[in-house]
Design a protein around this ligand. Structure first.
Ligand code: FES
Length: 158
């Protein structure tokens, strides 16, 4: 579920862009700054960025959608990133993730109806020997199973 948030103005977005224009490759720093400020990269920012950098809107959109860390909607109060890379997959990460998504009745990148938890995929957390692994609000958790994942989600208010 997405909560209505006031769209940032072109002026607010422009101010963040101006701050990074002197950089050699300003697009990623601009996108990170916008996400840090607004919790996501709103679609209204795409044309403003494209114009400022003299590139197409499709190019900006391509970069936003390529990097899994950029969101097109604000996240919930807690973000759970479940590892989908090989070592974790071998330890049952796919079933674990499918179970969590089914339990919360959301898709990848989705947020629970009460706004508590967003589930996102991640591709290796460096905890491969302790898979399946996840990251809850920046803290890595290993050796997950269905029961532990369920407890984590409940603890996060899902
Ligand atoms: S493969 Fe999951 S932490 Fe490395």
């Amino acid at each position: 579920m997405q909560y209505p948030t006031p769209a940032p103005t072109d002026f607010e977005i422009g101010a963040l862009i101006d701050h990074h224009l002197h950089l050699e490759g300003p697009l990623l720093p601009i996108l990170h700054a916008i996400q840090a400020a607004f919790g996501h990269v709103p679609s209204c920012a795409i044309p403003v960025i494209a114009k400022a950098l003299n590139i197409t809107k499709a190019e900006v959109h391509g970069v936003v959608s390529f990097y899994h860390d950029f969101r097109d909607a604000p996240a919930g109060r807690h973000v759970v990133k479940i590892c989908r890379a090989e070592a974790c997959q071998a330890m049952g990460a796919n079933a674990l993730a499918e179970g969590a998504l089914a339990e919360l009745d959301i898709e990848w990148h989705g947020t629970t109806a009460n706004g508590a938890v967003t589930i996102e995929p991640v591709y290796c957390l460096g905890l491969c020997a302790c898979g399946p692994a996840a990251m809850v609000d920046g803290k890595v958790v290993g050796r997950l199973n269905k029961a532990r994942m369920s407890a984590l989600l409940k603890e996060a208010g899902a």
